[in-house]
Design a protein around this ligand. Structure first.
Ligand code: AMP
Length: 411
């Protein structure tokens, strides 16, 4: 079914066309009619599925082509500054043939520009909870005309400790409104927020995405803890990559990896929550433009980031939660581009890897980098033999698959 059949307004259809979309994704097909009909919605799709357009297109259609008075009519809450900026940009793109106005409100930058935009009057506010609360407390933003509230990535907001302030914000919105709620998982705390925020919601599940995009080849690289960094450098040296996203569990770890990669002559950007907002914007823009060939990021900062052309994801640290493995790997291989996902695994991580393999329902092949001076690994703890493991649980028989070539410089 083409977008035309979905009853979106002509202006919005032109915006969709200009964005280069031809056919709606499954979440768009299912969510757009619900949102256009004015009903509440719980969506369990993740970023990468086209979730943003699934709510932005029908919202813009409902708003009509023209800006109204001073107070915003739509409020979208996002867990991170990057997502707030990205989602506001999507709204702006889709709304380019209307005079609907949006603003992104997030912390880490000055208040001046945001205040100026607010004074001019906006229809849509896309905000992170903390900075929005600052404006609410001082009366610079009123939520009294909000008719549509979008709570996006609610599970991430829970992880970041935002739920109390999110609840406060919800209670400041008019009761008579439409609420759209997106969360990849719905643990009890989130179910409680959903029942507080929503009325007779329609559930749209594109399922928890446990599967890895088929175009992504992924592999585990077992290594002794003290050799992780050397292996990372060796892998980068032997990999033909365009742009690499390296994940660290901690902010401090991300800084350390970035410092060492710079010392090894890589151009490196760093993205995590302790960087200033200007540093984060510069890192992301530089990574997108190709100025930086490597970006080192933490999970929260990189969640939902949409960068075309990431050729490799390297998990320097195994992710803490199995679903984060899927989120991280989802950053590569988007839109059928071929991507590779490499995970460094130390003996301490064997349990986490088992959980990840169980979660995605697949076994990830183990590889060794040829010629790397591996130290012997601590033996694996006794465990029931995982299915399909044929080499007694120790890597060593597999060769790197084709594709490791000399590093290709892009400059
Ligand atoms: P999202 O899940 O909203 O972060 O979207 C993921 C990526 O898919 C973004 O780069 C979107 O621009 C793109 N996208 C969303 N919907 C479509 C569509 N119907 N056709 C093509 N690309 C899309």
């Amino acid at each position: 079914m083409p977008f035309k059949a979905l009853n979106l307004s002509d202006n919005v259809l032109r915006g969709v066309q200009a964005a280069g979309y031809t056919d709606p994704t499954p979440i768009q097909l299912r969510a757009i009619p619900v949102v256009l009909g004015g009903g509440d919605l719980i969506g369990s799709a993740q970023t990468g599925t086209g979730k943003t357009a699934a709510f932005a297109l029908p919202i813009l259609t409902r708003l009509g082509a023209h800006a109204k008075g001073q107070n915003a009519r739509v409020l979208v809450l996002e867990p991170t500054r990057e997502l707030a900026a990205q989602v506001e940009t999507s709204f702006r793109d889709f709304a380019r043939f209307t005079d609907i106005r949006g603003v992104a409100i997030f912390g880490g930058v000055g208040y001046g520009n945001q205040r100026a935009e607010l004074r001019r009057g906006v229809d849509i506010i896309v905000a992170t909870p903390g900075r929005l609360m600052d404006y609410l407390k001082e009366g610079a933003i009123s939520l009294r005309d909000i008719s549509i509230l979008v709570l996006d990535e609610v599970d991430r907001m829970l992880d970041m400790g935002f739920l109390p302030v999110v609840k406060d914000i919800i209670s400041r919105c008019p009761k008579n409104r439409q609420t759209l709620f997106f969360s990849a998982t719905v643990p009890p705390e989130i179910a409680a927020v959903a029942s507080f925020a929503l009325r007779n919601p329609t559930r749209v599940e594109v399922g928890i995405n446990r599967s890895i995009n088929e175009s992504v080849k992924h592999a585990l690289y077992p290594v002794a803890f003290e050799q992780k960094f050397d292996l990372l450098v060796a892998l980068l040296a032997k990999t033909d990559f365009d742009s690499v996203l390296v994940f660290s569990r901690t902010k401090h770890g991300a800084d350390k990896i970035a410092r060492r990669l710079k010392a090894a002559n890589h151009s490196v950007a760093v993205l995590h929550a302790n960087r200033s907002q200007n540093q984060r914007i510069e890192a992301l823009a530089g990574f997108k433009s190709g100025k930086y060939e490597v970006m080192v990021a933490t999970d929260i900062a990189a969640r939902g980031i949409d960068v075309a052309g990431i050729s490799h994801v390297i998990n320097y640290d195994v992710p803490e939660k199995p679903e984060d493995y899927v989120h991280r790997i989802g950053r590569t291989g988007r839109a059928q581009a071929v991507g590779d996902a490499l995970t460094l695994v130390t003996p301490e991580n064997y349990g986490d890897i088992r959980d990840i393999q169980r979660f995605i329902g697949a076994k990830i092949p183990e590889l060794q980098l040829e010629g790397f001076p591996y130290k012997p690994l601590a033996p694996r703890p006794a465990q029931p033999a995982p299915q399909g493991r044929s080499n007694g649980g120790n890597p060593g028989t597999l060769q790197p698959r084709g594709g490791f070539r000399r590093f290709k410089s892009r400059r």
